[in-house]
Design a protein around this ligand. Structure first.
Ligand SMILES: *Cc1c(COP(=O)(O)O)cnc(C)c1O
Length: 450
């Protein structure tokens, strides 16, 4: 299978090339040339364990990777998850399920993709004898998951930009207390969007990117999106057969990566009913789905920091399909949005999606309410998913373990939420670096360290 850019100005590439490049050289995002129909596989796949399902799914896309090598990559990727089911489903009542995606090493769903991506990189480096510099920007969980996915991998140097003081102290510790000398957490003065914008500009300097072997771990990397598709399939199969196609997937959303993965699974023929995009007070996507207008506003830091995002980078992938797979139209939309901070869609087709918005006060109320109703503790991101049920059956994606956000949990329910892997971090020294959020400063830092 070949992969194309949403902006249509570069030739199609193999899976390995799309993964290695992250962002396409024309500034676009990679997508499969055409989406396969998964229906013929579903009966067979419904019987597989998590890692087997992941392998079967990737065999459809990663056609340039030797099947035995793919088996090894996938087998290594889910061994650090502490739950036997990898992604267990909890039934709260007749209409509400939770898909727990926080049993990986950094206790957030991003481990699903980044453990896998780390092993993909390792395999690729072994094959090409090259070395790579990974650059990412994080609103908290991506950075931690990326660092833990790449920890101890030879010939990989990892640089992660994050907004200083705007991620939770434990998220920061997960990134800065690794004691690893090939990992550089870079604290910037600014928002996540500032970090992401600077990062994208660094990638657009192709000469620099090639010179240092730059690769992206943000959800712009297609391998991450595809790895996330797997748990939608997994969850679909675990739901009772009679209700599978009546359940809406509710996805706490920031960069639109997670929910996009689910939507792609639906487009590949899996009869999922639909999706609710659950935002926090940074609600650009909620406003979009309500009005058809995608309009930038300032980021207001919230108690669900991994969703404190306005420019949802994966949205470009959705636009590509929504606008009839027309790269010229995608370019026009992105240009208009960049220039004016706004784009109004005519005939915005969002049939598969509903949306909701949850502010900080509501998050606290929901954490309390869910705890009192079900005796179940949700983290502040997952709490956004419990807002405004549409009345039908829903499966809410629990995107992080509540112990990552102990202050918010304690304020809401006067309970301590802890996790042994987090307690262990508290006695380790923090190592981080201050860098200006400009492409020049970031490039200079990378050049000096490799
Ligand atoms: C990253 C993250 C999100 C947002 O996911 P996107 O793919 O960016 O939409 C939600 N919750 C948590 C806990 C996260 O780490």
């Amino acid at each position: 299978m070949q992969f194309i850019s949403t902006r249509g100005q570069v030739p199609a590439v193999s899976f390995s090339t799309a993964v290695a490049q992250g962002l396409a050289p024309d500034g676009g995002l990679y997508l499969p040339e055409s989406l396969p129909d998964l229906k013929p596989y579903l009966a067979e796949w419904s019987k597989l364990g998590y890692a087997e399902l992941c392998e079967a799914f990737f065999a459809v896309f990663a056609t340039d990777i030797d099947p035995d090598e793919l088996t090894r990559i996938v087998a290594r990727s889910y061994t650090k998850f502490v739950h036997d089911d990898i992604a267990p489903i909890i039934k709260l009542d007749a209409d509400h399920y939770v898909l727990e995606l926080f049993h990986g090493p950094t206790l957030a769903f991003k481990d699903f993709a980044l453990q896998f991506l780390g092993n993909l990189y390792e395999s690729q480096i072994a094959r090409t004898k090259g070395r790579i510099s990974v650059l990412g920007a994080t609103s908290g969980d991506t950075g931690a998951a990326a660092i833990h996915g790449l920890l101890g991998k030879e010939d990989v140097t990892t640089f992660i930009l994050y907004p200083d003081g705007r991620i939770s102290p434990l998220q920061e510790r997960q990134m800065t207390c690794t004691g690893s000398d090939n990992v550089f957490p870079l604290a910037i003065q600014g928002s996540f969007d500032d970090a992401q914008t600077a990062m994208k500009t660094v990638f657009e300097d192709r000469e620099f990117a090639e010179a240092v072997g730059l690769s992206a771990v943000n959800s712009i990397n297609l391998a991450r999106i595809l790895a996330q598709c797997v748990y939608y399939l997994w969850a679909y199969f675990r739901l009772p057969e009679g209700v599978r196609s009546e359940v809406t997937f509710v996805v706490p959303t920031g960069n639109f990566g997670n929910v996009l993965a689910g939507w792609l699974v639906q487009r590949m023929g899996v009869p999922i009913k639909g999706f609710r995009v659950a935002t926090n007070q940074n609600d650009i996507l909620h406003r979009l789905f309500q009005t058809g207008c995608y309009e930038l506003e300032a980021v207001a830091p919230s108690v669900a920091p991994s969703m404190d995002i306005q420019v949802a980078s994966n949205f470009e992938r959705f636009i590509y399909y929504a606008e009839g797979r027309d790269p010229a139209k995608v370019r026009e939309i992105i240009q208009t949005f960049k220039a004016t901070g706004k784009y109004s869609f005519d005939n915005f087709d969002s049939e598969a999606f509903s949306s909701s918005r949850t502010d900080d006060a509501q998050i606290a109320e929901i954490i309390k309410d869910v705890y009192e109703t079900y005796g179940y503790i949700v983290d502040p991101h997952t709490a956004c998913g419990f807002n405004k049920g549409m009345g039908g059956k829903e499966i809410i994606l629990a995107t992080a373990h509540p112990a990552k956000f102990p202050d918010t949990i304690r304020a809401a329910i006067e309970q301590d939420s802890t996790h042994p892997s987090l307690e262990a971090l508290k006695s380790r020294p923090i190592i981080k670096h201050s860098v200006e959020p400009t492409p020049e400063a970031i490039k200079a830092f990378i050049r000096n360290r490799i």
